[in-house]
Design a protein around this ligand. Structure first.
Ligand SMILES: Cc1cc2nc3c(=O)[nH]c(=O)nc-3n(C[C@H](O)[C@H](O)[C@H](O)COP(=O)(O)OP(=O)(O)OC[C@H]3O[C@@H](n4cnc5c(N)ncnc54)[C@H](O)[C@@H]3O)c2cc1C
Length: 446
């Protein structure tokens, strides 16, 4: 014990990254204070799809049964691009192998795809943490960190009109993409990537669907996944530089763009019942931050932002939670500098190839002739299709999938499918009236 701290860990931010870390720590008997300025249940900006690796983390957190009671799940997803389509499952062995490689333990692996809304999931995580003895305080704004001998030793916070301080052995920033903790500890953003999408989505009922659908055409994509409350989350996205065209008439352009990708889907959506308003945002350019220093760790979006286009942020937040909890537990009984350095190294080793993959994908480049051959090759064999799905959800490492490229191309039959045009004309042909875009802050309940 190096300082008289009341808490083993103080965690700022109580959603995927923060509440999950609290659960892992509390299970091992650590004294944890979990703080969030939000109150719960509350929503946050996300389209909340979990690939099998992400679903496995829910299982490892002990909340899978609860989630499945209210949330649909499926063992496969449907992919289509410019007319080439296939179903993909993630082999359970891939999930197990990845969990073993990253955490040294493959327990809880499942092969399910789940789309659980954050208003549902984040409350379940917090309730589990509380049941394990974590002290949770909502409506608390953390306003700074406390330094002592060049080490972060606590936080200054405010609840309503009253300010308070708390001291802990580790201060964890799980405070999202605009992390103030990162500022206070001096961890600036680095490895910026410009590629990013605009995203626009809502929830529709009256459109039964058994599994997620991910279709791309040109530089546009649509994702539809069954979620809570008998609705489907229905997301359109495209390159961020098209947002000015899209926003001129965002509602009509939403339907028109989906019609460009798949006319049948557009018709189904126009006939379905829209349960909620549209949500949207533009530009989620990626960056990383140094995730550990003396007395502090950054996890989840606070440590790395990636575009939403591959739906991986929650999975990575859960990964960080496990790695951070292990590092903190080690640091409590051993050398904490070494534990922090190991955490940073393990995270980066797991992240770097996928980071490149998601940033490339976020450019939403048109398919090339070679891409079309590759897709036909993937479609030619379920082993390739499953490897593709597994890689997309970050179970099979990207590099292992790329190692299959030559083999997949050698199996590619010739075909009629050709790269589509980009799809920009969808918006240019629609001279609708300008509307204000939906702002990210307008649905942040914090
Ligand atoms: C449009 C969009 C779609 C997405 N779709 C998917 C998807 O399909 N699948 C997927 O896996 N990921 C998706 N993501 C990413 C995913 O939502 C994030 O990666 C995930 O929410 C990160 O969780 P987190 O706990 O790190 O941060 P957050 O969820 O951002 O939580 C941070 C918390 O910190 C609190 N906080 C912040 N500052 C303070 C402070 N000073 N004091 C107290 N509390 C504070 C906030 O109130 C908040 O509750 C999407 C993201 C976007 C933007």
């Amino acid at each position: 014990m190096k300082s008289p701290a009341k808490w083993d860990a103080i965690i700022v931010g109580a959603r995927c990254a923060g509440a999950a870390t609290a659960i892992h720590l509390a299970r091992q008997g650590a004294k944890v204070l979990l703080l969030d300025r939000a109150t719960f249940p509350s929503d946050t900006l996300s389209t909340h799809f979990l690939w099998p690796r992400g679903a496995s983390y829910l299982n490892r957190l002990g909340i899978m049964e609860q989630v499945l009671l209210v949330t649909p799940s499926a063992q496969q997803v449907f992919f289509a691009r410019d007319g080439v389509s296939f179903f993909a499952k993630t082999p359970l062995e891939d999930v197990k192998a990845r969990l073993e490689r990253v955490h040294g333990d493959s327990s809880g692996a499942v092969d399910l795809h789940i789309s659980v809304r954050r208003i549902v999931l984040d409350k379940m995580l917090i309730d589990s943490a509380i049941a394990l003895g974590v002290e949770f305080r909502s409506g608390v704004v953390v306003e700074n960190v406390i330094w002592q001998n060049n080490r972060v030793v606590g936080v200054e916070a405010r609840h309503g009109d009253s300010s308070f301080q708390e001291r802990g052995r580790f201060i964890v920033g799980a405070d999202g993409r605009h992390s103030r903790l990162a500022e206070w500890v001096g961890s600036p953003a680095s490895d910026h990537r410009e590629e990013a999408t605009f995203a626009y989505w809502s929830y529709f009922s009256g459109m039964p669907l058994e599994n997620g659908v991910m279709e791309k055409r040109g530089r546009l994509a649509v994702v539809i996944v069954p979620t809570n409350f008998n609705a489907n989350m229905t997301l359109l996205f495209g390159p961020k530089e098209w947002f000015p065209h899209f926003r001129k008439d965002h509602t009509e352009n939403y339907y028109r763009a989906i019609g460009f990708i798949n006319p049948e889907l557009e018709q189904q959506l126009r006939a379905a019942y829209q349960e909620e308003r549209f949500y949207g945002l533009n530009d989620q350019s990626a960056f990383k931050r140094k995730p550990a220093g003396p007395g502090w760790l950054l996890i989840g979006d606070a440590a790395c932002i990636k575009d939403q286009c591959t739906a991986i942020g929650m999975t990575h937040a859960f990964r960080d939670a496990e790695l951070a909890a292990a590092a903190i537990l080690k640091g409590l009984s051993d050398d904490e500098t070494l534990a922090g350095a190991e955490f940073a190294q393990q995270r980066e080793a797991d992240l770097s190839s996928y980071y490149n993959f998601v940033c490339r994908s976020a450019g939403m480049a048109k398919a090339t002739e070679e891409d079309m051959s590759f897709l036909r090759g993937i479609r030619s064999h379920s082993r390739f299709a499953n490897a593709f799905g597994s890689m997309y959800g970050d179970s099979l490492p990207v590099d292992d999938f790329l190692a299959l490229r030559r083999e997949i191309l050698s199996h590619a039959p010739s075909g009629e499918e050709r790269p589509s045009d980009s799809g920009l004309s969808v918006f240019q042909d629609n001279g609708g009236s300008p509307h204000a875009p939906v702002s990210i802050d307008s649905i942040h309940h914090t």
